[in-house]
Design a binder for this molecule. Structure first.
Ligand code: IMP
Ligand code: MG
Length: 482
């Protein structure tokens, strides 16, 4: 049987042992963060200290969270779980429903549902905090809070011991700065990490490729110390890129074998010292293959020829769909929801959207003939609904609303069948081309007046299987109209 008290007492042993070890401060704290996350069966843990002005919290140690989450922005001590400043434990069961989290969107991306925070107290004064993060929504018990508070006391002692060790001179801030210089990336917003120049043309080309596919990247955002002499770092490794969406560091290699051997050695060393960090060494062929794995690039299985640029990446689309589904789940609580889609463009969107709606629902599809698709003089329903929608709450799900004519026709058809309510959810809104002003209740993205394909949308039946949405090369369309 799983007994948290046993898990906690084992963790205490581990933490006390670490506290009395000769590990350097950062390693000791990282090890404790890990022990706590494991003991609490949590996704992650952070240990933070207040800066000397008591305005911000600096992360001293962390376990289990992506770099992107850890670097989401400066943590304002008065906005992020502010009651910790008053010396209280704070438990948040659902981050998305609570205004005590400063970065709820970052938490959603990291799939964090609950947070438990306790203050770090030194001689009765709050000097920082410890936080535990869980993926599932959790109601923390008093036993959980007591456990974390006890570990907080041990950490306070470690910090004090460390300061004494440094000759009573270092303030918390100096300790933090020292540790940051050693291992942390600079505290800069992502955009400013865009370099004005690259170390090598291949890096610039790789950055362009990532831009083309709308994959977020950071250039050399972090150095990993590899060897120390006394307290000084004597060897470091700085990977060329970090891709936050994939939580992956990338080091590009030139073709010189001597350099590759040296890099491989360093890389092995990084993997030993920082086992939680994902790093890949790539030559040009490798990185094309990596992109292919995610459905992109010249080696991808999918057809990307003819696409001038990517408008919405797979990650952007999925992130937005989760947010839409969350709103729909709230709005339709207790109602008789039926999702209605028009084939075939809506297949990808419908499939992903319905999997994220946390309500009982049914689905139905219609098909209609489009202008120009055959010789019909008027739009016609080629496949009607299978079931009656009378008295049901219909949510019409659309891939894209362009002129609005299709949707207008379909809405009128549905209204004639007496639904209890009728609303529209469209992934894309090409507003610039609207002729009939149909009401849209849920909109994924507004897109410019260009022909878009992918994620269900086609051009002459092709491109539907792309996991992203791209703009079709206009020359392709012009050629055809000539
Ligand atoms: P509307 O009647 O002009 O609003 O357009 C309706 C249908 O045209 C959509 O449901 C799509 O199937 C198709 N469509 C409109 N714009 C695009 C596009 O940019 N790419 C692919 N299909 C489109
Ligand atoms: Mg459609």
């Amino acid at each position: 049987m799983d007994n948290p008290k046993i898990r906690y007492s084992q963790a205490f042993k581990q933490v006390a042992k670490t506290a009395n070890s000769s590990l350097p401060l950062n390693k000791a704290l990282n090890s404790i963060a890990k022990s706590m996350a494991k003991a609490m069966k949590a996704a992650g843990c952070t240990i933070m200290l207040l800066n000397s002005k008591r305005e911000h919290l600096d992360i001293m140690a962390a376990y289990g969270l992506s770099d992107l989450y850890l670097r989401k922005g400066a943590l304002n001590a008065h906005k992020s779980l502010p009651e910790i400043l008053e010396g209280k434990a704070v438990a948040i069961a659902d981050v998305s429903q609570d205004n005590q989290a400063q970065y709820p969107e970052a938490a959603e991306m990291e799939k964090i549902s609950s947070i438990l925070g306790v203050p770090l107290l030194q001689k009765g004064e709050v000097i920082g905090g410890i936080r535990i993060y869980t993926r599932e929504s959790r109601h923390f018990s008093q036993v959980d809070k007591d456990f974390l508070s006890t570990v907080a006391n041990i950490i306070a002692i470690i910090l004090e011991k460390n300061e004494l060790h440094q000759g009573l001179s270092a303030t918390h801030e100096e300790t933090v700065t020292k540790r940051r210089k050693l291992t942390e990336p600079p505290e800069l917003p992502y955009s400013s990490l865009r370099p004005s120049s690259f170390g090598h043309p291949s890096e610039e080309e790789f950055a362009r490729l990532l831009d083309f596919y709308r994959i977020e990247w950071l250039y050399e955002p972090r150095s990993f110390p590899l060897s120390w002499q006394d307290d000084k770092v004597t060897e470091m490794f700085t990977p060329d890129f970090y891709l936050p969406e994939l939580d992956l560091y990338i080091e590009l290699t030139t073709l010189k074998q001597s350099l590759i051997t040296e890099k491989n050695r360093k890389l092995r060393h990084v993997k030993e010292l920082y086992p939680e960090v994902n790093i890949k060494l790539l030559n040009k062929k490798d990185y094309l293959r990596l992109l292919a794995k995610y459905g992109y690039g010249p080696l991808g299985e999918t057809k990307v020829e003819g696409i001038s640029r990517v408008l919405l990446s797979q990650t952007q689309i999925q992130r937005r769909i989760r947010a839409l589904a969350k709103r729909i789940s709230r709005d339709y609580l207790g109602q008789q929801l039926i999702l209605v889609g028009i084939l075939k463009g809506v297949v990808c969107f419908m499939s992903d959207l319905m999997q994220h709606i946390s309500l009982p629902l049914t689905v139905d599809f219609m098909a209609i003939s489009y202008y120009g698709s055959n010789s019909e003089a008027a739009v016609k329903i080629t496949k009607d609904l299978d079931t009656s929608i009378a008295g049901l709450d219909v949510l019409m799900v659309e891939d894209i609303v362009d002129t609005g004519m299709t949707l207008n026709y379909v809405l009128n058809h549905l209204l004639a069948h007496n639904p209890s309510s009728l609303q529209v959810c469209t992934l894309l809104d090409k507003r610039a081309r609207r002729i009939i002003d149909v009401p849209l209740d849920y909109i994924g993205f507004e897109v410019p007046d260009e022909f878009v394909v992918g994620y269900g949308l086609d051009y002459h039946g092709e491109y539907r299987n792309l996991p992203f949405i791209g703009a079709l090369n206009p020359e392709l369309i012009e050629e055809e109209n000539r």
